[in-house]
Design a protein around this ligand. Structure first.
Ligand code: GAL
Length: 668
């Protein structure tokens, strides 16, 4: 694996249009001082670039590009389409997004366009073409940054053009109205459609909407945004085929299914803002970074946006303590990033983000934050030397399935209970993080052969093909762990009849008869039941402990019962099972274990799969990750930590990071 870049990228969003020209010289001087390699320019500059429809003003951007070039800073040039100027909505009110209740969202903030608006698209593409023609051969140009955070604010629009586009999308997907009726199960509640023209967008309704209609509208929304991206991409490929293209993703963002976007970017970029006040922030951050690497099939990616310190958009915006910005940055590098960038270079003087931190704070260069920025710039330049890290791979033995359709499905109303998909996936990810085990995320029908263990948490909606992929993996010798509420419905959200799980029944050696979610918060227990209704079930393992949320009636065929429910509706019935045949092993967990029990369950399954972590002792708030020839030991907490690797203790300061050559650290 190699990097697209000659050194780690370092820099941030640069919005010179918000400042007088005197400031620009100072910007370039300070960027050089901080080791900035890349500025992301013109993200919200459409109104400045095209102040009147069709009247373009590039003179100021020419100047910015030239100054940056003279200062040795490369430019990731935005296509500036993220926020149309007010004149667009003034001339074309239909370009504005409309919410589910029919309220048109107005001008005065940002991202005020409907993804299906033809006026927006036409004007956006005209601007992109002009920019590509003008700057395609500028020596400062390093890459294109298309739009910004597609779907961040108002992804769904219920305007007439969106409704027409939704119908066209359905026609492409299903071919006939009969096929739509079948997929949506419209025999229910007299919902049958006679023609595509009758199909509305799923806006406000008297009660629970058709689940498959909702899911299709979610899929359409993600695709409509992607089509906009692809339309810009087409222009850029045509005019500047030599320039790499990216757009910034937003980690685990429900509205946009990044598995279907990732093949269309030259490198994945991500925006992530871990909250310093949340002791679990590193968990979501680690998983997001693993997702970004996985989206690119293991290729290096860029952390496009983070904050040096506080943001402005939470109710309380605590700063990052000294050191934490570095730890977050090295966490991204450890998990495959070849660039660390920020929103934004210079802290704003006016506007909605004036209280957001930046690389260059309001206080200027003689500040803690700028000194930390300079130090990080120097450290990244140093880490770029040699072949140990830049462009190198992040090995992973464990894969975890992540599925946007299941996310959408399991969080719809009319489900057996309330399950937060992403939070639940993160709970299953936690025990791996605590052990220093790197996890790749995989899509439902992803390639699994390279992994020693595959985990499938709450993947409620699964097609035949997805379930067979997991079965084949076990047949081929893999170890699989499947949790409750996986394989319950197919891709149309129709129940897998006769015991749920479809082809996974054979693999897991069981079927399900009834669900028993808990009526209220409370603990369940796993262990020896007082009064076992199925005494013939031998319990082979011993995983006692507390669980929550969910029980179900598991009927094993040829699975071993590892642990049973000790109480509740399913007392005495299997809670955890394992089936082993000539191939691999298939584990099933019929509840949501408490953190402690989940840790024990994962420890047993890891043993079964022959996977060991970098850390001898699992620990919270710390990380151990290998990338290339380097092992990163990271401490996200405010207390010094001792991390033990291969019997040797390593001290990592509070909010600190220690990097060691893998050969030394992992030598026996
Ligand atoms: C991102 C956005 C940036 C900036 C940042 C503030 O969502 O892309 O433009 O608004 O948030 O944290």
């Amino acid at each position: 694996m190699t990097s697209l870049f000659p050194a780690f990228r370092f820099g941030g969003d640069y919005n010179p249009e918000q400042w007088p020209r005197e400031v620009w010289d100072d910007d370039v001087r300070l960027m050089t001082k901080a080791g900035v390699t890349t500025a992301t320019v013109a993200i919200f500059a459409w109104a400045r670039l095209e102040p009147q429809p069709g009247a373009f003003d590039f003179e100021w951007l020419d100047d910015v590009m030239d100054r940056l070039h003279a200062g040795g800073v490369r430019v990731c040039l935005a296509t500036a389409t993220a926020s149309p100027p007010p004149w667009l909505a003034h001339q074309f009110p239909g370009s504005l997004p409309v919410d589910a209740r029919g309220v048109r969202l107005g001008v005065g903030s940002r991202q005020q366009y409907s993804a299906s608006s033809s006026a927006y698209r036409e004007h956006a593409l005209r601007l992109v073409e002009k920019l590509a023609e003008r700057y395609g051969t500028h020596p400062a140009l390093e890459s294109w940054h298309v739009n910004n955070e597609y779907g961040c604010h108002a992804p769904r629009s219920y305007d007439p053009e969106s409704a027409a586009a939704f119908r066209a999308w359905l026609e492409r997907r299903y071919g006939s109205i009969d096929a739509v009726n079948e997929a949506w199960g419209t025999a229910f509640w007299s919902q049958r459609y006679g023609s595509f023209e009758e199909i509305p967008v799923p806006g406000a309704m008297p009660t629970t909407p058709n689940p498959t209609m909702l899911l299709d509208f979610d899929r359409f929304t993600s695709d409509a945004l992607r089509d906009l991206y692809l339309a810009e991409l087409e222009v850029l490929r045509r005019v500047t085929p030599h320039v790499p293209v990216t757009t910034n993703f937003m980690g685990f963002h429900k509205d946009v299914d990044y598995w279907s976007w990732a093949p269309h970017v030259d490198y994945v970029s991500d925006d992530h803002y871990p909250y310093p006040g949340n002791p679990d922030a590193h968990l979501m951050a680690a998983a997001s970074r693993d997702l970004m690497r996985s989206l690119g099939g293991g290729k290096p990616w860029i952390l496009m946006e983070q904050a040096t310190s506080a943001v402005n958009w939470r109710a309380r915006n605590a700063p990052k303590p000294a050191g934490l910005n570095r730890v977050h940055s090295l966490q991204a590098v450890a998990r495959g990033a070849d660039g660390i960038q920020y929103f934004q270079w210079r802290a704003a003087k006016a506007g909605a983000e004036k209280f957001h931190s930046a690389m260059l704070p309001h206080g200027g260069e003689d500040t803690r934050i700028f000194r930390e920025v300079e130090a990080l710039g120097a450290e990244l330049a140093e880490l770029s030397q040699g072949a140990a890290l830049l462009g190198r791979e992040v090995p992973a033995q464990v894969a975890m399935a992540f599925d946007w359709d299941s996310w959408r499905a399991i969080e719809q109303e009319s489900n057996p209970t309330t399950i937060k998909y992403r939070d639940t996936v993160l709970e299953w990810y936690r025990p791996f993080l605590r052990r220093g085990i790197t996890v790749d995320f995989v899509p439902p029908c992803g390639m699994l052969d390279a992994y020693d263990l595959v985990v499938v948490p709450v993947m409620q909606a699964a097609s035949q093909a997805a379930l067979e992929t997991f079965s084949r993996y076990v047949d081929g010798g893999g170890t699989l762990l499947v949790t409750y509420q996986s394989g319950i419905v197919d891709e149309n959200l129709h129940i897998w009849l006769d015991g749920y799980l479809g082809p996974l029944q054979r693999t897991l050696g069981l079927h399900l008869e009834e669900f028993a979610p808990l009526a209220a918060d409370g603990d369940l227990h796993l262990g020896a039941p007082a009064d076992a209704p199925l005494p013939s079930l031998a319990v082979t393992g011993d995983l006692p402990g507390v669980a929550e949320l969910w029980q179900e009636v598991v009927i094993p065929h040829d699975a071993q019962v590892v642990s049973r429910f000790a109480d509740g509706f399913a007392a005495g019935l299997p809670a955890i099972t394992r089936r082993r045949d000539q191939g691999g092993a298939a584990w099933y967990v019929a509840t949501q274990p408490s953190r402690e029990l989940l840790d024990d369950v994962v420890a047993k399954v890891l043993d079964d799969a022959g996977v060991a972590g970098l850390l001898d002792q699992p620990a919270d708030g710390v990380e151990a990750v290998r990338r290339g020839d380097v092992v990163f030991l990271l401490n996200h907490t405010g207390k010094p930590a001792t991390l033990t690797v291969r019997g040797r203790a390593h001290e990592v300061p509070a909010y600190g990071a220690v990097l060691r050559p893998a050969d030394d650290l992992l030598a026996d």
